[in-house]
Write a protein that binds this ligand. Sequence first.
Ligand code: ADP
Ligand code: NI
Length: 213
Amino acid sequence: MSLIEKVREQIKNDFSGEGTGHDWWHIHRVVNNARSIQEVEGGDEELIELAALLHDVGDHKFHKEKEAQEKLITQLMTDLGAESQKIKVVLGVVKQVSFKGGEVNREVDSLEAKVVQDADRLDALGAIGIARAFAYGGSKNRMIYHPDEAPKEFQSFEEYKNDKGHTINHFYEKLLKLKDMMQTETGRKMAEQRHQFMEAYLEQFYAEWSGTA
Ligand code: ADP
Ligand code: NI
């Protein structure tokens, strides 16, 4: 088995049945998005695939320690027989990938990281993005919408995390902003199409809410 195949099997095993929107199928879709972007934009195929497969390992939402990502990825790849130089390169890419709370726009300089970051952001957009948002909101016991609560801007990640608001708000605080944060032209085009779908969805949502559609 190639390293990619081994990592894929391991990640599939580790992430199956995860219920917060970071399950194996999220990873699977990110890999597919990344491949589509790579076909046009280029970048090292193996590195992109490995980084896409590993991008949610040691996520800060599930691990308290800052170094969890580095530790867990190093361990996983070492156990699967990867060379230390390769692990270092993959880690370099994965670290740049995440859109995490406060550190929204940190520098992303490698093409591979841009491709995987775009691929991950795309999965928060469009039909899939809508499904994930409501699944996540439901898991936090959030309402789908509350007409008296206007869309909010949060001052800190803590404030955002603890907010009991409604899921429609999440479209304004994050989802509708993502298309302008894309790092590649191909990712931007894909995001644009998904963005328009979400705009249309919201329009229909409000029309149905008021009983006019
Ligand atoms: P990432 O996949 O980049 O780590 P998150 O963990 O923030 O992103 O989000 C995972 C999924 O859950 C995404 O689809 C995101 O839109 C959704 N999500 C995150 N926070 C909220 C929220 N407050 N309300 C609704 N959906 C959310
Ligand atoms: Ni992800």
